[in-house]
Design a protein around this ligand. Structure first.
Ligand code: NAP
Length: 653
């Protein structure tokens, strides 16, 4: 959501602390604000400040640019009236900040067990009222049928225990899981996120609010002893209010954020919780649950006597010169543990030229040419057309993906253990194979990507780059992307990239030096040559540069000439940096898990998969498609339709 004048926000606990700071940040963007608070005096003061700032954006308004509503958020009638007043004045609600919260220093065992219990008040203010307010905000946003963002204020004590106030921790933990469970509202354009600041001055303010709200005199007397200064030093000091506001604004402006929990600490910056790796541990694989799997009538799959495939019959980095289309018999029955797949779509990869030049076999030593002829193509999706007698878990007519060599073919026979069951044999699924899996696994394993880092992706608008930028963004990082061309730059902006560098218009080195003087934490590098050198120089202390490929070196006059990197040891040593290689075939044990993750993100709308619009049809067009990718003009994934008739039939299902 773009923060622009004319939007409206309601902020509970808006009279002081974080609520006040966020309300003022809204006013500085011309946003109308309703300040909801128990404290009339402070609430009116803040409202007057907001109106003054807002006057720069709005003249001759027929309504006030900020409202104050006195309200105890635990009183459902008062809270509902506050929302009603906001909607009456501003005609809708774009942003709701459920910020009101209290804290107590009263030891749990001293808490009364009757109606005056402070733990109950804590739960009521911090959790029950947040749930109530969220319901009111969701209803208002649904009624207006326009996008909305809700931020529920939690705390680091909602992520891990707070021994000082267990009830506070319980309430904030409740807010975290309540908020994360609201992810599905994203489909209605309503994004609900939680903010979890650590050791901010809110702790003190909460004490004041607690004292105000619940008349807890003892709190006031204990304020000084409540937050142990040693602990504050240990966690890196109080976090500046500016950092909390930055986090809140990020959750509002970043349209990919829903059901997210942003943890803010001085030690680690802004970090999303849980990390994708943590989340993967408890998520149920959709291949075993809700995903609807396509099933084709086996009678619709015609099995010919023979089929065509592309083979490499001479080693050459020029794919066209190295390959030819060959006819092979389709002998039945197939081997007991094998599966026959009818290919619908095959994916094109930069490395097709490395494969045709024999580079994939060079590690095995000896005469590479003795492997000739070999089948070309790395990845495809299709329909299972026949299964061997020993295959019980795969059905004829179901959709499958394959990532073994030989996918530039009308049919493939592969061992059943290599079949990746997929919901539908769509071209988007082909894109998720080599390209998507490389991004997903390399960022997790080789880059060890967390949150709150600066991540740079080169060749970012390409097959694998498009996934890398989105996964880095979804992980809560600042993303820089390089590309060559205006259309690519626009495409990357639409994916949420923070800084696109179109190297045809701007010098990458100059931009990085000026705008990122601290260096880049993680670089996903696939261009090689001068780009690699530049990336290495731009790496931050502790930075990780992952070598994904070197496309600029693949097709020199004599093929791929390895580069020399003098001084690389000295450079890495001086800044404790890491240069890590990544080669997807070595991570086959993670393919299924990551493919599920990508498919889930894609089907829930969190991840976009873009295909290059240029159409390539039939095996005859594969060499054209490979050459097209190497022109550097493609955007997204280049895919070849192998059987158009079946592709169309499947697309209609
Ligand atoms: P792609 O990114 O769809 O297409 C290649 C892009 O590279 C071009 O659009 C172009 O974009 C850029 N490029 C830069 N210099 C180039 C040059 N001299 N010639 C042609 N293009 C150039 O291709 P991809 O299949 O997804 O592969 C991208 C990289 O990832 C390759 O290096 C590939 O080998 C690597 N990869 C590695 C693995 C692995 O396991 N390690 C797996 C998959 C892919 P801009 O001009 O916009 O930069």
């Amino acid at each position: 959501m773009e923060l622009k004048p004319g939007l409206s926000a309601l902020v509970t606990g808006g009279a002081s602390g974080i609520g006040e700071a966020i309300s003022i940040a809204f006013a500085e963007r011309g946003i109308f604000v309703t300040v909801v608070d128990l404290s009339e005096e402070k609430g009116k003061q803040v409202t007057a400040v907001i109106q003054k700032i807002n006057a720069k954006f709005h003249q001759n308004l027929k309504f006030p640019s900020a409202l104050f509503v006195r309200c105890d958020v635990t009183n459902s009638g008062e809270l509902s009236s506050a929302f009603a007043k906001h909607l009456q004045t501003y005609g809708g609600l774009d942003i709701c900040i459920n910020n009101a919260g209290i804290y107590t220093a009263l030891p749990l065992h001293n808490d009364p067990t009757d109606g005056s219990a402070t733990w109950k008040r804590t739960i009521n203010v911090n959790l029950v009222a947040v749930i109530h307010s969220t319901i009111l905000a969701v209803r208002a946003m649904q009624a207006a049928k326009r996008p909305g963002v809700i931020i529920n204020m939690s705390s680091s004590a909602g992520l891990y225990p707070s021994f000082a106030d267990p009830a506070y921790s319980a309430s904030k933990g409740g807010v975290v899981l309540f908020t994360r469970s609201l992810l599905p509202y994203r489909r209605q354009g309503i994004r609900v996120n939680a903010l979890c600041p650590e050791a901010d001055q809110l702790w003190y303010l909460c004490c004041e609010v607690a004292a105000d709200n619940a008349n807890l005199e003892f709190v006031e007397t204990n304020i000084g002893s409540k937050v142990d200064p040693k602990f504050v030093t240990l966690v890196g000091g109080f976090i500046p209010m500016k950092m909390v506001v930055t986090g809140a604004l990020e959750l509002i402006t970043d349209n990919t954020k829903a059901g997210c929990c942003l943890w803010i600490t001085n030690r680690r910056g802004l970090e999303y919780w849980p990390t994708p790796a943590e989340e993967a541990k408890y998520r149920v694989s959709s291949s075993k649950s809700s995903r609807r799997f396509l099933q084709i009538d086996p009678l619709d799959i015609k099995l010919p006597q023979s089929f065509k495939k592309i083979v490499v019959d001479s080693l050459n980095h020029n794919f066209r010169a190295a390959t030819r289309i060959r006819c092979a018999p389709l002998t039945q029955p197939i081997n007991p543990n094998h599966v026959l797949v009818k290919i619908l779509y095959a994916g094109v990869n930069a490395s097709d030229v490395n494969f045709s030049s024999g580079r994939y076999f060079s590690g095995k030593g000896g005469d590479i040419a003795r492997n000739l002829p070999f089948d070309a193509g790395f990845e495809a999706v299709g329909i299972i057309a026949a299964v061997g007698d020993a295959v019980n878990d795969l059905k004829i007519g179901s959709a499958a993906a394959v990532m073994t060599y030989g996918s530039y073919a009308e049919f493939m026979i592969v061992p059943s253990k290599f079949i990746l069951p997929v919901a539908k044999p769509e071209p988007e699924v082909v894109a998720m194979l080599t390209s998507g899996l490389t991004a997903s696994i390399a960022l997790e394993q080789a880059a060890q990507m967390g949150s709150g880092k600066t991540v740079m992706i080169t060749a970012a608008a390409g097959g694998t780059g498009q996934f890398a930028v989105q996964l880095a963004k979804l992980g809560g990082n600042k993303v820089i992307a390089t590309c060559g061309g205006k259309d690519k730059a626009m495409f990357l902006k639409s994916l949420g990239v923070d800084r696109v560098i179109n190297y045809r218009d701007e010098d990458i080195k100059t931009v990085l030096k000026k705008e990122f003087p601290e260096g880049i934490d993680i670089i996903y590098e696939s261009v090689g040559g001068k780009m690699f050198d530049m990336c290495l120089n731009a790496l931050a202390i502790f930075g990780r540069l992952v070598v994904i490929g070197m496309i600029s070196q693949y097709q020199g006059e004599h093929g791929w000439t390895p580069s020399n990197y003098p001084g690389i040891c000295e450079k890495l040593l001086a800044k404790s940096q890491t240069v890590a290689g990544f080669f997807l075939p070595q991570y086959s044990h993670l393919w299924r898990q990551h493919l599920d993750k990508l498919y889930n993100a894609y089907s829930s709308g969190m991840l976009k998969v873009s295909l290059d619009p240029k159409k390539f049809v039939g095996l005859d067009s594969v060499a054209d498609a490979v050459e097209y990718l190497h022109t550097g003009n493609s955007i997204g994934k280049v895919v070849v339709s192998i059987d158009t008739t079946l592709c169309q039939a499947v697309a209609k299902l």
